[in-house]
Design a binder for this molecule. Structure first.
Ligand code: UTP
Length: 293
């Protein structure tokens, strides 16, 4: 089985759920504690053994390229001031992996964003990680998905149970159990009405694909919301290849959603030695003052 080395990170969306800040700032660059969301995504990819990163960008997304580039002026200043830890933090993003960029000229949907990666990926299996989805799990889910791909040689999507009323915000699958956390995806539909959804298992921003997904992406027409939907291409892929789903429960934050952005900042800050104790004391005091318990 050809090992997966490449990952495509779509980051060209408009981020309308997070306006007004996303008017002039990519949502993938929103800080979670002190790092932009997309850096966590790249770190997770690297931790799972992926070495070739392609970020799909678009209009107004220059900050992403700057972040993963060198900044000599700043490096020299920090070096002179003897600020080694900060220098490392500044250098780290540019040294993590081979990072490439491609532009999606129009945000026509996630399916279209992935299709722009076709020439770069070629005839290989590859991963897709959404640039605004953070997993606080030490790359466990992605690693497990890569293992499933290595075992079966087929595509795998990440799945999480959501409240039935929320399913209309996601791609949703009809699952058939294989073993403990693994299911076979019988069918898949984008943003179903909760009354018609085949389950409450939502597709979450991690995927491993066989290269045949590109043929399917080239065939789809605009779907839900008038966008070219990755879900519709997966539905086509299922007609010719088994697609698996890897279920997980915790640790995912959608940074493009305001409440998840706030939750991610709190959880990740609480984990930090330099911030956790002070933040925890603040939260305890806040709960008391607001009489939340
Ligand atoms: P989202 O649906 O969360 O992104 O796509 P969006 O369209 O920016 O969000 P809202 O609804 O307007 O707030 C998931 C990921 O896919 C990328 C986004 O940048 C995000 O990281 N994406 C989406 C693209 O790269 N291109 C697109 O055309 C759409």
């Amino acid at each position: 089985m050809q090992p997966v080395k490449k990952v495509v990170i779509p980051a060209a969306g408009l981020g309308t759920r997070f306006l007004p800040v996303t008017k002039s700032q990519p949502k993938e660059m929103l800080p979670v504690v002190d790092k932009p969301a997309i850096q966590y995504v790249v770190e997770e990819a690297v931790r799972a053994g992926l070495t070739d990163v392609l970020i799909v960008t678009g209009r107004g997304k220059h900050a992403i390229e700057d972040h993963f580039d060198r900044n000599f002026e700043l490096e020299v200043q920090l070096e002179r001031a003897g600020k080694r830890a900060l220098l490392d933090a500044v250098l780290n993003p540019s040294e993590m992996a081979a990072i490439h960029y491609i532009r999606q000229k129009e945000p026509k949907g996630l399916g279209h964003a992935v299709l722009t990666a076709r020439d770069h990926v070629g005839d290989e299996p590859f991963a897709v990680m959404l640039g605004d989805d953070i997993m606080v799990d030490d790359a466990e889910v992605l690693r497990s998905m890569l293992d499933v791909h290595a075992r079966y040689g087929r595509s795998v999507v990440a799945l999480q149970e959501v409240p039935r009323g929320d399913i209309s915000a996601y791609g949703c699958v009809e699952p058939e159990p294989v073993d403990d956390l693994l299911v076979q995806v019988r069918s898949i539909v984008e943003k179903p009405d909760p009354t018609e959804a085949p389950s409450n298992l939502a597709v979450i921003g991690r995927y491993v694909f066989t290269p045949e997904i590109f043929d399917a992406l080239a065939r789809i027409t605009p779907g839900a919301g008038g966008e070219l939907q990755l879900t519709d291409a997966i539905a086509l892929l299922i007609e010719s290849q088994t697609v698996y789903g890897w279920t997980f429960e915790h640790g995912r934050y959608d940074i493009g959603k305001k409440v998840d952005f706030l939750r991610a900042n709190i959880e990740l800050a609480l984990d930090r030695d330099d911030l956790g104790p002070e933040l925890e004391a603040f939260l305890v005091d806040l709960v008391r003052r607001r009489k939340l318990l």
